[in-house]
Design a protein around this ligand. Structure first.
Ligand SMILES: Cc1cc2nc3c(=O)[nH]c(=O)nc-3n(C[C@H](O)[C@H](O)[C@H](O)COP(=O)(O)OP(=O)(O)OC[C@H]3O[C@@H](n4cnc5c(N)ncnc54)[C@H](O)[C@@H]3O)c2cc1C
Length: 505
């Protein structure tokens, strides 16, 4: 029995939830009880409370499970390229069904990756093969670890349960906006990798897919490059879970005639405010929860919106190519840092790039290179106070908010970094945002450039989820079919099920 709309005041003991649920259901007891959802209702600042949905049962709870069956396994390996959420969940699911997948991941295992990213964060030494975008766990390992998605799927609970089993906090199972945090995610992804290997799978780190042989609409062989050089491997199926940053791999696919198409993306800036200011604007008082926000506007016929909001977090240097500055955000589980940040991005249409399939990638790369030059060519990022940005005036000192981008910053005009259509839309959106969050436009600092919110190109797949014209290649995750950790993980599971269906007896 599901019971919803149970209310608790801030600070009330959570054990009351079960009592209230039993009362609402007219029951004296229920052997099995679980929280399904917990959300904060702060619409009325004078009456902020939590609402809960719960489930009561006589029998143990069962969640959707992966499709298990009897398979006639292929004689050549199933290879997954990329060990982000899509590749990771695809590999886990296939390994559990006896497929012994081989994962190729161009970045390093999470321990080595931590050391390499730290070197970039503190000394500006970028490893173009292992960074915030590449390595075990994919782009989301050093993130806020938000797990919400608009995608409807019966496997959401399954993904959450697996993350919990591998070390994520239990509350992610029922919070309406669950997040894991960059301090916990590395342990979780490492533990999932260990299970994949224990089940018979292989994960080859520092190993990049570098070429393909396509014969009669099938990939027969791949080339991969690791520290020892180039090697070739015959394969049965290839899952392409490379995310959206691996531009050299997209170029290789393009050269091989893989069908791709342009898509819209969103580009802009990271904005940071004091977390306490956002808390006050959202709750009117300190309630012990770092506040988030979600903002949207339409200016000059373009959508402008906040994205990947990181309460109590930092702006993280996220470059993966030499000579380009990229920002993103991350938080630890506690979300207790001084600033709260989010991307403020403007819709960029495929028609803005130019006519060619790869023009979107060139467009985005050009902006990252511009940010690199404006930052001083040493991975410092261009910054401007929000108030100065609104008046198009170079800042000369910070206001109350100091940027957290760790490598260093350089004052500049954002008008010199981004094209006028993005600047004018974002500028126009700030006054609208200030009406929703008081003070949004009167303090804060902007860091450029936020360019990796989504891919400007998609590897097209057909009804059976394989790449058009290539029967054994499956694009998965953020190659055009996901926009975040949870949706990428769900897409990875979807592809695993498609592969299983091909081999079911
Ligand atoms: C700093 C940061 C913070 C983020 N915060 C959040 C958040 O809080 N919540 C959220 O939902 N999303 C967040 N995202 C976005 C999220 O991480 C991505 O949407 C998600 O990781 C996409 O999953 P994926 O598996 O499709 O691709 P990715 O995670 O990008 O993984 C692709 C993997 O493929 C590997 N690869 C690429 N090319 C090759 C090749 N040729 N050979 C071998 N390996 C290759 C890469 O090294 C990479 O590890 C964040 C992203 C970043 C960068």
């Amino acid at each position: 029995m599901k019971i919803s709309d149970i209310k608790l005041k801030i600070g009330e003991d959570e054990s009351l939830v079960k009592q209230k649920a039993l009362k609402k259901a007219g029951l004296k007891s229920a052997p099995y009880f679980r929280l399904l959802k917990k959300s904060l209702d702060a619409r009325d600042k004078g009456d902020i409370f939590y609402t809960y949905s719960v489930e009561l049962s006589d029998t143990p709870f069962e969640d959707a499970q992966e499709e298990i069956g009897l398979y006639s396994y292929p004689s050549k390996p199933v290879v997954i390229v990329g060990f982000g959420p899509a590749g990771l969940f695809c590999a886990l699911s296939l390994a559990r069904c006896g497929f012994n997948p081989i994962v190729l991941e161009r970045g390093s295992n999470v321990d080595e990756r931590k050391a390499k990213t730290e070197k970039f964060f503190s000394k500006a030494v970028l490893d173009p093969e292992c960074n915030v975008q590449y390595g075990e766990g994919g782009a989301g390992t050093f993130s806020d670890g938000k797990l919400n998605t608009g995608v409807k799927s019966e496997y959401k609970q399954y993904v959450l349960s697996e993350l919990i089993r591998h070390g994520a906090p239990e509350c992610i199972a029922y919070l309406s906006k669950p997040h894991v945090g960059s301090d916990i995610l590395p342990t979780v992804v490492k533990s999932i990798r260990e299970e994949i290997i224990a089940l018979g799978g292989k994960v080859l780190f520092d190993t990049r897919l570098s070429d393909l042989r396509i014969e009669n609409g099938k990939i027969t062989e791949i080339e991969y490059t690791d520290k020892k050089g180039k090697s070739r491997m015959e394969i049965s199926e290839l899952i392409v879970a490379i995310g959206h940053s691996s531009r050299d791999t997209y170029a290789m696919f393009f050269d091989k005639g893989v069908v791709m198409e342009q898509k819209d993306c969103a580009i802009g800036l990271r904005v940071e405010h004091l977390a306490q200011d956002i808390n006050m604007a959202q709750y009117g008082k300190n309630i012990g929860v770092t506040a988030d926000y979600k903002l949207t506007a339409n200016v000059n016929n373009r959508g402008v919106f906040s994205f990947c909001m990181c309460p109590g977090g930092v702006v993280v240097p996220s470059s993966s190519e030499e000579g380009g500055v990229v920002t993103n955000g991350m938080s630890e589980f506690k979300r207790d840092k001084t600033n709260s940040n989010s991307a403020i991005v403007c819709q960029v249409r495929a028609s803005d790039y130019g006519g060619g399939i790869m023009d979107g990638i060139d467009f985005v790369r050009g902006l990252e290179q511009r940010a690199f030059v404006m930052g001083g060519r040493n991975y410092c990022a261009p910054v401007q106070n929000v108030t100065d940005f609104l008046r198009d005036r170079k800042s000369s000192r910070f206001d109350r908010v100091r940027p957290t981008y760790s490598i260093g910053t350089e004052f500049c005009r954002m008008d010199d970094v981004l094209p006028p259509f993005i600047i004018s839309s974002i500028r126009g959106a700030f006054s609208q945002f200030d009406r929703k969050i008081k003070g949004f436009a009167s303090s804060g600092v902007l860091t450029a450039v936020e360019s990796r919110t989504s891919s400007p190109v998609r590897i097209v797949r057909g009804e059976k989820l394989n790449g058009i014209g290539i029967e054994n290649m499956y694009p998965a995750g953020e190659v055009g079919y996901a926009g975040g950790i949870m949706s990428a993980a769900l897409d990875g599971l979807k592809i695993a099920n498609a592969i299983k269906q091909r081999y079911i007896k």
